[in-house]
Ligand binder design. Structure first.
Ligand code: C2E
Ligand code: CA
Ligand code: CA
Length: 746
């Protein structure tokens, strides 16, 4: 096709396919990792929440535990009684309410306040000390004691569920250290001792929350690295819970490393998962690329097959199928845009000769060169295709006007007239072009194709190496031809009813006797009357009807000739017949069938046919002459051959064309005919002059030594019976007249 289309069908559609699959796999992997990380974090968050809740509870319980421990001694009749003693029995108090707690419950300090809130006992670090040391804690302890007395006075004893006595406890910072401080009234356990609520002795216990405390809580509840910090931890892997007083005052933080099950799962599972994902991505990649390769191969072979189906192997141009496709597209476009579209049908003129004389490889090389020249003459978006053999077609897309089309056509004609270099020699071929244009000649493919074909036929008939633009009158001619064809076919079905053979006598210039006749076909058309062969022989040649018509004429002539034993009978044969391998066979059969002697038959073939024709014609003529049948070269002088060719032509007779005979009235014409006669005689050829219409021509031809003459002057073509009658007349005359004049001319 055109240069533009050479790459069609090579687009690797699958190239983007593999990366897509790999990206998808990676995307899925990333998603899995994200979900995993998210769920880990979520698990960790839940675990941390839980830890916090536990820690808050633990801290709460720590305070309660202090209060509980206190109650083992503060709710006791003996203690109540002891508190009433003055002075205090300090040894008893040590053992039961003071130092005892240091050993038994790890209380760091214990103070006892009298009902009038006077410190009456103090213990620090397991040792009794003077009660005045209470000063160090009174800021915190006094409010607690006051609260206790207030609530006790308001609600009475046993107001606290789970406790034996009411109490007031809180976290506090004492001397820079976090601590639990708890106040409990010393009350009767039996209830037998009368006490006024809010006016009991108050037992105050302090437990410092030192590192040991936190370590203990940590190990008890699985809190790693639990410790006290004044500020919350800023480490991402640590959690903090505020230590707040009842008044909402934060006194520090319990900090620990929370258990993170999610992160642990991630650390364990993560690498395995990544490995699995990586491996599956690799596997998917490999599978995908294999699939992609396979698909690419398939795509390529499909594209190749399609290319082959649509292209001509020799030239690489599009073939007929491709052309038809592009033609439809171009027509569609032209209809849409209302633009011109020119279809050029190109037929090489003398390609067959080159192929026959130089061989097929040379023919192929020639076709390739033609293709190159055609492509060079059009624009990139025009379409050039090889339809087959020596036939090409071009679509000119959107030419500006008729002039532009004319321009391209004449360029192509002159390009193809230039010699081609094949097998080391120059070959001249030339081309004929038929042109049809959309929309003026039609808008569909079949119509335009038909019209370009008609125009091409005209170009060939008009003498080749030319281009012809379709014209509606050609269509009429073609229709007329088609009618002729149809009718001739009918006539042939019953030859004898409509077809006749007339005979035109041929006379000797020397004896003036009839020496032969030329058989000329006549068609008695039922409506048109007698039709001369010029009007239908060509049509018969083109439709192939000549294959039937030709042998019929010859058989008829041979049968009629049986009545004229002394005459030679000449039959015109068309080149189409002679080219046929069976031609000689047919002639032989007719001779055998009719019993006509071969030497009485002469076939006439036109010069043009002979020159154009190939080796097959030469072979046929040689075989015919071997049979004894003579060959005449008809219409001599109208074709290509020059005088000097005469000696090379393998024929027995030359028939000088009527146009030459007419020219003998001029000096150069006379000289030319004289030269032809001399040359032909010198080469041993017989000579007949055709179309002799007057006495001057006849006299001249006789004077230069032309052997025989034929023409209206002597006799017109006539039915066989008239030839017989003429012969009878002549023999009667010959018997009567002895002076040798020409009786039938008078
Ligand atoms: P041709 O072979 O050159 O035949 C001679 C033609 O010249 C005949 O025309 C004949 O009637 C005509 N003619 C003869 N004398 C004169 C004359 O003095 N003046 C003029 N003006 N014409 C003369 P016709 O019969 O019309 O045949 C025309 C052509 O048709 C023939 O030319 C021949 O080529 C072809 N033809 C005729 N019959 C057959 C046939 O059976 N087979 C084939 N293949 N071709 C045939
Ligand atoms: Ca003839
Ligand atoms: Ca002739």
């Amino acid at each position: 096709m055109s240069r533009r289309n050479k790459n069609v069908g090579r687009i690797p559609l699958v190239a983007n396919f593999t990366p897509a699959i790999v990206f998808a796999a990676l995307g899925i992997a990333a998603l899995i990792v994200v979900v995993l990380l998210w769920s880990d974090r979520e698990v960790d968050r839940i675990a941390r929440e839980r830890d916090r809740a536990i820690v808050a509870l633990v801290l709460e319980q720590s305070v309660e535990r202090v209060a509980h421990a206190q109650e083992s001694s503060t709710v006791w009749d003996a203690a109540v009684l002891q508190m009433r003693k003055r002075p205090l029995e300090v040894n008893w108090v040590d053992i039961n309410l003071g130092t005892w707690f240091y050993q038994y419950a790890a209380f760091d300090e214990v103070y006892i306040l009298s009902p009038s809130d006077q410190p009456i006992y103090a213990m620090r670090d397991g040792k009794r000390t003077i009660p005045e040391t209470y000063i160090a804690v009174e800021d915190i302890a006094d409010p607690l004691a006051a609260t206790l007395r207030r609530t006790e006075a308001a609600t009475g004893s046993r107001s606290n569920p789970g406790m034996l006595s009411p109490g007031s406890a809180d976290f506090a910072v004492l001397r820079g250290r976090p601590a639990i401080i708890s106040a409990k009234p010393i009350v009767s356990d039996s209830g037998t001792i009368k006490q006024q609520p809010g006016h009991e002795a108050v037992h105050i216990s302090i437990v410092f929350l030192d590192d040991n405390f936190f370590a203990r809580i940590g190990s008890q509840y699985g809190l790693a690295k639990a410790r006290y910090q004044i500020a919350p931890s800023s480490q991402p892997n640590e959690a903090s819970v505020a230590l707040s007083t009842r008044g909402g005052h934060t006194i520090g933080y319990l900090v620990w490393e929370p258990f993170a099950p999610g992160s642990q799962v991630t650390t364990v599972v993560g690498p395995v998962l990544v490995l699995v994902l990586l491996l599956s991505t690799i596997v998917i990649y490999m599978l995908a690329s294999r699939l992609a390769r396979r698909t690419a191969d398939l795509e390529e072979s499909r594209a190749q097959a399609q290319h082959q189906a649509m292209h001509d192997g020799l030239t690489g141009l599009g073939n007929r199928a491709m052309f038809e496709l592009r033609f439809e597209e171009a027509l569609h476009r032209s209809r849409r845009r209302k633009s011109l579209l020119a279809l050029l049908y190109i037929d090489l003129d003398r390609f067959k000769q080159v192929n026959d004389t130089l061989g097929h490889p040379a023919g192929d090389a020639l076709i390739r060169q033609v293709a190159r020249r055609l492509v060079a003459e059009v624009r990139g978006y025009d379409i050039v295709a090889r339809l087959g053999g020596d036939e090409f077609a071009i679509l000119i897309n959107e030419p500006e006007d008729h002039d532009a089309i004319d321009h391209i056509c004449s360029r192509i004609v002159s390009q193809l007239q230039r010699p081609f270099n094949v097998s080391g020699s120059h070959a001249y071929i030339g081309a004929s072009i038929g042109v049809a244009i959309a929309p003026e000649h039609g808008l569909d493919r079949t119509e335009l194709t038909r019209k370009a074909d008609i125009a091409l036929y005209r170009a060939k008939a008009g003498g080749r190496s030319r281009y012809v633009l379709f014209d509606p009158s050609m269509d009429e001619a073609v229709r007329a031809r088609e009618t002729t064809d149809r009718e001739l076919r009918k006539a042939l079905a019953d030859c004898d009813a409509q077809l006749r053979v007339h005979y035109q006598p041929v006379f000797s210039t020397r004896t003036c006797k009839m020496t032969g006749v030329e058989a000329l076909l006549r068609w008695e058309h039922p409506e048109n009357g007698l039709v001369t062969p010029d009007a239908f022989i060509r049509a018969a040649e083109e439709s192939g009807l000549i294959e039937v018509l030709g042998p019929w004429v010859m058989r008829r002539a041979a049968l009629d000739a049986r009545a004229w034993p002394d005459l030679r009978v000449a039959v015109n044969v068309s080149p189409v017949q002679v080219r046929d391998r069976k031609f000689v066979e047919t002639v032989r059969a007719i001779l055998a069938e009719t019993g006509l002697e071969p030497r009485r038959l002469e076939v006439e073939i036109t010069e043009t046919a002979l020159m154009e024709a190939s080796s097959e014609v030469a072979t046929s003529l040689r075989e015919l002459r071997a049979l004894g049948v003579a060959c005449a070269l008809d219409d001599f002088g109208t074709g290509y051959s020059s005088l000097s060719h005469i000696r090379d032509i393998a024929v027995d007779r030359i028939k000088i064309d009527r146009s030459f005979v007419q020219a003998v009235s001029t000096v150069p014409g006379a000289a030319l005919v004289e030269a032809i006669v001399a040359l032909a005689s010198a080469n041993g050829l017989h000579l007949t002059a055709e179309g002799v219409e007057n006495h001057e021509q006849h006299t001249f031809l006789r004077s230069v030594g032309c052997h025989e003459v034929q023409g209206y002057l002597l006799a017109r073509p006539m039915p066989a019976e008239q030839i017989t009658a003429m012969l009878n007349e002549a023999s009667k005359n010959a018997a009567r007249v002895v002076d040798g004049s020409t009786p039938h001319l008078s």
